[in-house]
Design a protein around this ligand. Structure first.
Ligand code: NAD
Ligand code: DAU
Length: 343
């Protein structure tokens, strides 16, 4: 299966920009249109070296704007929409949840309507958070019940269900991938691994929520990109595929890797007030995707270490972010927590 023209929504964000870069390298015959609202997390500079390419263009717009999405698809003769666009940070969804419904639910719904009207395939990027907190030794499989517990996760689960409903009701050609916690280049520093890495580099405290024994599958964004590519090329229409390493570590183990990689002292760690409703453990079985011939290149330890190193090597990317509007968010989220923190 090959595709001509792709509309990549959210292509200026962390995973979207890594995917655009990867896709253009692997499929130089393809044309990519990035459709992005350029929120605080959407950064044109993530693709700075590629904007001159004749195969890449940018449309600035909201996925909730049906007329603008339709126009982008018709003008650029789009064959496939890959939907990365979303509000993505759980803590932001606790502070201000409504925009998560606007973009993640209604925005996805608009994309489905345009895909239906124009007869396009749609691939939707989802998350392991839709399965909710995973108990004991279970690993989520794609047919497990959805049990989201944060406003972010609930908005993503609602989107997944709309996508599946369009496949059933209208026969729309859809696929879904559910990714684990991604790490790697260009991740906005509100997320744990880039936040801890940049704080460590600056000699600032590392705010670990609660006891730090929550478990996550920290997967390299490169492996997420190859997983999505595999599903686009070989996945069965109408199906869902988990993408991760299938191996978790605690947040404290992740912090150790970050600090050791950056040669920073562990006395920077502060245990702060926990995230409300914090999911204790995510864990996915990724055998279905492996069955298509995919396998991850990175184990989680190497993924976290390489991500931390990227932040040490790319201060010019994150320093302007951290000194800007990010500071207001950081103070709202952490000032009180850090004031009452324990080492
Ligand atoms: P990100 O926050 O870095 O980027 C999101 C992008 O979407 C930005 O470019 C932003 O400008 C754009 N966007 C936001 N609202 C928009 C709107 N209304 N219209 C158009 N564009 C809009 O996010 P990310 O971490 O790269 O995540 C990308 C996708 O992958 C999301 O759907 C997310 O739920 C999913 N996901 C993320 C992870 C992770 O660990 N980061 C893991 C699994 C799944
Ligand atoms: O699991 C996939 C999800 O991973 C994606 O769907 C989300 O878009 C993405 O943001 C991420 O969600 P998490 O909430 O798991 O990631 P985050 O980086 O915010 O936090 C990772 C873990 O670290 C989590 O257990 C919370 C903890 N944490 C996070 C922050 C920001 C802390 O202990 N302290 C912090 O300051």
């Amino acid at each position: 299966m090959t595709f001509g023209n792709l509309l990549i929504t959210g292509g200026c964000g962390f995973i979207g920009s890594n995917f655009v870069r990867y896709w253009l390298e692997q499929h130089p015959e393809s044309k990519v249109v990035v459709y992005d609202k350029l929120t605080y997390a959407g950064r044109k500079e993530n693709l700075a070296d590629l904007w001159d390419s004749p195969n890449l263009s940018l449309v600035v717009g909201d996925i909730g704007d049906m007329e603008a999405v339709r126009q982008a698809c018709t003008e650029h003769q789009i064959d496939l929409i890959v939907n990365f666009a979303a509000e993505t940070h759980v803590d932001q969804s606790i502070l201000g949840p409504l925009v998560f419904t606007d973009t993640n639910v209604r925005g996805t719904h608009v994309l489905l309507e345009v895909a239906r009207e124009l007869g396009l395939r749609l691939h939707h990027i989802s998350t392991d958070e839709v399965y909710g907190h995973i108990r004991d030794n279970h690993q989520s499989i794609e047919t497990d019940e959805l049990s989201p517990r944060s406003p972010y996760a609930a908005s993503k689960a609602a989107a997944d269900q709309l996508v599946q409903a369009y496949a059933i009701t209208y026969g729309l050609s859809v696929t879904i991938t559910r990714g684990a916690n991604n790490v790697g280049p260009y991740q906005y520093p509100e997320k744990a691994v880039p936040l801890f890495s940049t704080n460590a580099i600056l000699g600032e405290a590392i705010p670990v929520y609660g006891d730090g024994l929550q478990m996550r599958d920290y997967a390299h964004v490169y492996d997420h990109c190859t997983g999505i590519e595999t599903v686009l090329l070989k996945g069965q229409i109408g199906e869902v595929y988990n993408v991760g390493t299938g191996r978790e570590m605690t947040n404290l183990e992740m912090v150790d890797i970050v600090l050791d990689t950056l040669s920073k002292d562990h006395s920077l760690v502060r245990h702060v007030a926990d995230r409300p409703g914090h999911d204790r453990r995510y864990s996915m079985n990724v055998n279905k995707l492996r069955g298509l011939g995919w396998q991850p290149r990175y184990d989680p330890r190497r993924a976290v270490a390489e991500a931390a190193r990227w932040y040490a090597d790319n201060r010019a990317w994150w320093e302007p972010i951290r000194s800007g509007e990010f500071r207001d968010y950081y103070d709202r989220q952490y000032a009180e927590r850090l004031a009452g923190a324990k080492p």
